[in-house]
Design a protein around this ligand. Structure first.
Ligand code: GLY
Ligand code: MN
Ligand code: MN
Length: 464
């Protein structure tokens, strides 16, 4: 945990958004995988972690603005727990580490809320786990189907305002998570050898995430079919002449995340055709760090990167026509059907549980309905301390190419005859995490994961 003063300060900052009311934060519970005592690895709710820091199941935190109270609800362990889990700190001890002195058993949460609910509004964030949805339904007497609709927009907006800007201590944790990402991605480069099964490499990466931190920040994406954006099937054997796309990250021991993608030549050397497309994506990746800075919208950075992509693809004879018009029409989305990036912090897609529109957009910057740009998770103006991913890609998705060609989509901009010849290409994505500074942006991660063609080939050569 961080020092208790930091959690107190965060809660004080949160309270400034409210004159009245009760702010309820439910921590997560253990989640059974196949029977109640065999659970998935525990993952605490990120907002609960942010304001209360307790990284154990079955706690709730409450900020009662009207009565000027901060309370932790949770249960001390009993003898049975001690026998199976060992001695545990008391609820009082755990609360003290978060700077809170008032605690009650979890069973009293319901009656406390029942009392205050008569005079005050109880604000809560939208639950994303059924157990917490049912708990809110029960303790606040709300029909389970209405729990999400009745979440507090005021609380969402206040928490987004605070969690979006990363403090110095958070950036240090993100750097640690990025170091684990470095270990994972360089391991992929070391262990990518002809004849090896993709699953073996993916397993090594997941082991690194677990051995240096808490866990993966999301399920590892690793495949020679990188044109499938989130490909979790690792069942192929590494064969020569292909590209291996690995999108993987870790949570460090404080649950801060990393999210990097590299695409490497399976035999250690890029072919000429691979080099050409790779260079275009790398230029896009590098341009984003030049463009991103405070007061610029990430939507405009995304669109500039799409234009850069179109320019490159025109050079290869894959696109034609006016670049601005092609991007405005959405023709580039055949090759990059996703957004440039998302917020990152305690969640790999930070705060996505609140609904992306509240995190990545605002009154000024509204989401787009255009295919491709509609997948951009972060569009609003950047501010110092924001952390966003920079993840351009270029993919040749045979089913999408066939569909668009049959529908004569964007024939002014797309050179379908040439595109046909790339249907066996796969996909390339390059991803790093950007910290917005006072006058620009920098990549998080002191250790640089090889990314230029030369760096990747030289690194892989060393492990041949
Ligand atoms: N890890 C999935 C993504 O890059 O958003
Ligand atoms: Mn990623
Ligand atoms: Mn990402």
């Amino acid at each position: 945990m961080f020092k208790s003063t930091l959690y107190k300060e965060r809660r004080e900052n949160l309270k400034k958004f409210f004159k009245h009311g009760v702010l309820l934060f439910l921590g997560n519970q253990d989640s059974p995988a196949n029977y109640p005592s065999n659970c998935y690895k525990f993952r605490q709710d990120s907002s609960f972690l942010y304001f209360f820091g307790i990284n154990e199941p079955c706690f709730a935190g409450l900020i009662d603005i009207d009565n000027d109270k901060e309370i932790i609800f949770g249960n001390d362990v009993d003898m049975d727990d001690i026998i199976w889990m060992g001695n545990q700190p008391t609820v009082v001890d755990r609360a003290a580490l978060a700077g809170i002195t008032e605690t009650y058993p979890l069973e009293e949460l319901s009656s406390y809320l029942h009392r205050v609910q008569q005079q005050s509004k109880v604000h809560y964030l939208p639950p994303y786990r059924t157990a917490n949805c049912l708990m809110i339904s029960e303790i606040l007497h709300i029909n389970a189907k209405e729990v999400i609709a009745k979440r507090s927009l005021e609380l969402i907006n206040a928490v987004v305002a605070l969690r979006s800007t990363k403090g110095k201590e958070e950036i240090e944790e993100l750097e640690k998570a990025s170091y684990i990402g470095y270990k994972m991605h360089t391991a992929a480069m070391q262990f990518c050898k002809l004849g090896v099964k993709e699953q073996e490499i993916a397993g090594i990466l997941d082991g690194i995430a677990a051995s240096y931190g808490k866990m993966n920040s999301f399920e590892t994406i690793l495949s020679q079919n990188g044109e499938t954006l989130h490909n979790h099937y690792h069942n192929q054997i590494i064969t020569d002449g292909r590209l291996l796309l690995t999108d993987a990250g870790a949570e460090n021991n404080m649950n801060y995340c990393s999210d990097h993608t590299r695409t490497i030549p399976t035999g250690g050397k890029f072919t000429q055709r691979q080099k050409e497309v790779y260079s275009i994506v790398l230029n896009c990746h590098d341009k984003a760090v030049e463009l991103a800075k405070p007061n610029v919208t990430y939507l405009s950075v995304h669109l500039d990167i799409c234009k850069q992509l179109v320019e490159g693809l025109k050079g290869l004879g894959l696109m034609k026509g006016d670049t601005e018009e092609a991007v405005a029409a959405g023709a580039h989305a055949l090759f990059m059907p996703h957004g440039l990036g998302h917020m990152m912090g305690l969640d790999v897609h930070d705060m996505e549980d609140f609904g992306q529109i509240h995190v990545g957009y605002d009154q000024e910057t509204r989401p787009s309905n255009l295919f491709g740009t509609s997948s951009l998770r972060m569009g609003r103006r950047l501010e110092e301390g924001f952390v966003v991913t920079d993840e351009p890609g270029c993919y040749f998705i045979p089913a999408l190419i066939d569909k668009w060609r049959a529908e004569k989509m964007h024939t002014n901009f797309l050179c379908y005859d040439t595109i046909e010849t790339y249907k066996d290409f796969g996909g390339i994505r390059l991803e790093d995490d950007l910290l917005i500074t006072s006058n620009g942006a920098r990549f998080i991660g002191e250790k640089h994961i090889p990314i230029t063609i030369e760096e990747v080939e030289n690194y892989m050569q060393d492990y041949k």
